[in-house]
Ligand binder design. Structure first.
Ligand SMILES: Cc1cc2nc3c(=O)[nH]c(=O)nc-3n(C[C@H](O)[C@H](O)[C@H](O)COP(=O)(O)O)c2cc1C
Length: 162
């Protein structure tokens, strides 16, 4: 028995998720990044997280074959950053998103709710995605920030869910 891609997408859209921007060191030592909702914590000891990246991701090898990457959990006022890193235009989204240098040439977004700077731990194939596991080596967070939520194809704040 098989399900249609649309039924699958519609079903997955019922699951509310946070939104992250995953960054890594790209060509010419400039950071690359993309919007990712497929993020999960994985292990406490050692501290591991994972993200799932489409095989079609530009600069995929920067994430899967580099030394490390950074996962930025977006705050509720960062829909522009989420769209900027999801729908590339003529200008780099880094031009309009304040950031600082993170470990391994990745970028930590200054206004993110939290950032996790990771060493590359493992990569596993997962259908048309790669499961990229990071060993978290440095963290920062803004206690006052509320998270950006993605549900049914729309951005929401945590207060909109009730
Ligand atoms: C809310 C949201 C969540 C997304 N989640 C993922 C994801 O988990 N994994 C992924 O590979 N792409 C995801 N994408 C799509 C990528 O951000 C998008 O295809 C991006 O342009 C890929 O980066 P690239 O231009 O460097 O290839 C998501 C997009 C949006 C808007």
């Amino acid at each position: 028995m098989s399900i249609s891609p649309d039924d699958f997408r519609q079903t997955l859209a019922r699951f509310p998720s946070g939104v992250t921007v995953v960054t890594a060191n790209g060509p010419d030592d400039t950071p690359v990044g993309l919007t990712v909702s497929a993020f999960s914590s994985l292990s406490l000891a050692p501290p591991l997280i994972l993200v799932c990246l489409d095989n079609a991701t530009a600069h995929l090898s920067s994430y899967t074959q580099g030394s490390g990457f950074c996962v930025n959990i977006l705050a509720s006022n960062q829909t522009d950053a989420s769209n900027g890193f999801a729908f590339p235009g003529p200008h780099s989204p880094f031009d309009t998103t304040p950031h600082r240098k993170a470990l391994y040439g990745a970028a930590a977004l200054n206004e993110a709710a939290a950032s996790m700077e990771c060493g590359l731990h493992a990569v596993y194939p997962g259908g048309d995605h790669q499961i990229v596991v990071g060993l978290v080596e440095r963290v920062s967070w803004r206690k006052e920030a509320t998270p950006l939520v993605y549900h049914s194809g729309e951005y929401r704040g945590i207060g909109d869910l009730g």
